[in-house]
Ligand binder design. Structure first.
Ligand code: FMN
Length: 409
């Protein structure tokens, strides 16, 4: 039983696909999960509370407020459910519920639980609606926001819809929903070529001390490297994430090691990467550090000041030079002048297997933002330009290319 002892909170909102949910509950229970169901007011018009209570063997939850003031009531269930759940799944997710979660509303039990769910727990959303609704600007904008805020949004399928039309918007079948939940909880053995591979990913900036209170650094947010680590873990890889100082949650199923300077990062990568299968250098490692950092605070004296810098080790090249034949070395190259040749030179000079050329345009692609435009360049010179994508989608495209390197097809 792949979900033995797991607590799954299933939120159902008011779409026609709600009729599939008793079957989803059954499949999850069959795998050993404990399932609690939260129903929106509209959902109760589409699926029977009695069916859901019977298959989940639990009362169905609808109200934030307790029915009575008896002491056996859970008066703060809006918080306790968020603590209880190992994963929160909303299926079907209506356009309305998607908008309410995105706006941070807390006026029913489901939307409130979305906020009280503990960090680091998978949160999955299965949008299901008419094709026009799904492609509307507001739904697409809300989905993009959710994807960039730790929600795994599972694309609806195309085909016949309840509206009688054909289009994208159909919720996947119960078996697919149950399998996706197992994958998100890391309890399903993925059939990806990356499953069980050991992957070391670096992410974020490094800080190079000038004195006790100042440092040199860059604008890297770590979002791209974290997205890669998260996507690799989802494919069943054993991921170690060596992270510079960033403001991000550790992705589910990822081992995170925090470092500060390039020298720290170099040492940690050397320690972890000896037996890894793949090294992915996504960190923006400072090229130089102050030669003589001062212990206290440097005092203000002359009008000008010279700061001598010394080269930092090239962590990616260091790994690539010493690696075993089976180990893959993957890098990122951020350039501001749109020159792909520099990325190609970097790939050759560092003997990498693949490099992701990262366009920096200062607003939609590069540091800090949630989207990125990558061109994947392989050893034989093949360039695969990707459109502007969320960093999550860009990470998945990069991993697809790495899988291709492993399998050769
Ligand atoms: C027959 C019928 C089917 C509906 N199907 C959907 C649907 O599949 N997806 C959707 O987003 N809204 C659908 N709606 C509209 C929602 O029920 C409505 O927006 C409701 O306010 C959603 O509330 P909730 O998100 O709190 O559950 C449907 C409405 C009706 C009457």
């Amino acid at each position: 039983m792949t979900l033995e002892g797991k607590h799954i909170l299933l939120g159902i909102s008011g779409g026609i696909a709600a009729y599939k949910m008793p079957m989803v509950v059954r499949l999850l229970k069959k795998q050993g999960a404990e399932v609690k169901v939260v129903l929106t007011e509209a959902a109760s018009r589409f699926v029977s509370e009695l069916s859901l209570a019977t298959v989940s063997e639990e009362p169905v939850l609808r109200d934030i407020f307790p029915q009575s003031l008896q002491s056996d009531q859970d008066w703060t269930r809006h918080i306790s459910l968020g603590e209880w759940a190992d994963a929160l799944v909303i299926a079907p997710a209506t356009a309305n519920t998607i908008a309410r979660i995105t706006a941070g509303l807390c006026d029913d039990l489901l939307s409130t639980t979305c906020i009280t769910l503990r960090p680091n727990r998978p949160r999955l959303l299965f949008p299901a609606m008419d094709g026009e609704m799904y492609h509307s600007a507001s739904v697409q904008r809300n989905i993009a926001w959710l994807q960039n805020n730790d929600w795994q949004v599972v694309e609806p399928e195309s085909g016949a819809l309840a509206s009688g039309q054909c289009g994208t918007g159909r919720m996947p079948e119960p078996e697919v929903i149950a399998a996706t939940i197992e994958e998100a909880l890391g309890t399903r053995i993925s059939d990806s070529p990356l499953a069980r591979k050991k992957i070391v990913v670096t992410a974020g900036p490094t800080r190079e001390n000038i004195d006790g209170v100042r440092f040199l650094s860059n604008y890297s947010s770590g979002k791209m490297g974290y997205a890669v680590a998260c996507a690799a873990a989802r494919r069943g890889a054993r991921v170690s994430l060596v992270s510079g100082p960033v403001q991000l949650e550790t992705p589910v199923g990822v081992e995170r090691i925090d470092v500060t300077t390039a020298l720290d990062m170099d040492q940690t990568v050397r320690r972890l990467s000896g037996d890894c299968d793949i090294f992915i250098g996504a960190a923006a490692v400072a090229d130089y550090r102050p030669t003589h950092p001062v212990a206290g605070k440097i005092k203000k004296h002359a009008e000008t000041m010279q700061l001598e810098l010394v080269r930092n080790p090239d962590i990616l090249a260091g790994f690539a030079q010493q690696r075993q034949p089976h180990q893959l070395a993957i890098g990122f190259a951020l350039e501001t002048d749109g020159n792909h040749d520099l990325a190609m030179q970097k790939l050759r000079a560092k003997q990498l297997d693949l490099i992701a050329y990262n366009t920096f345009d200062g607003h939609s692609s590069g540091f800090e933002v949630d989207t990125n435009r990558l061109t994947l360049i392989s050893r034989d010179g093949t360039q695969t330009p990707l459109p502007l994508l969320s960093k999550r989608d860009a990470a998945n495209r990069l991993l697809d290319a790495i899988e291709h390197l492993i399998t050769g097809n």
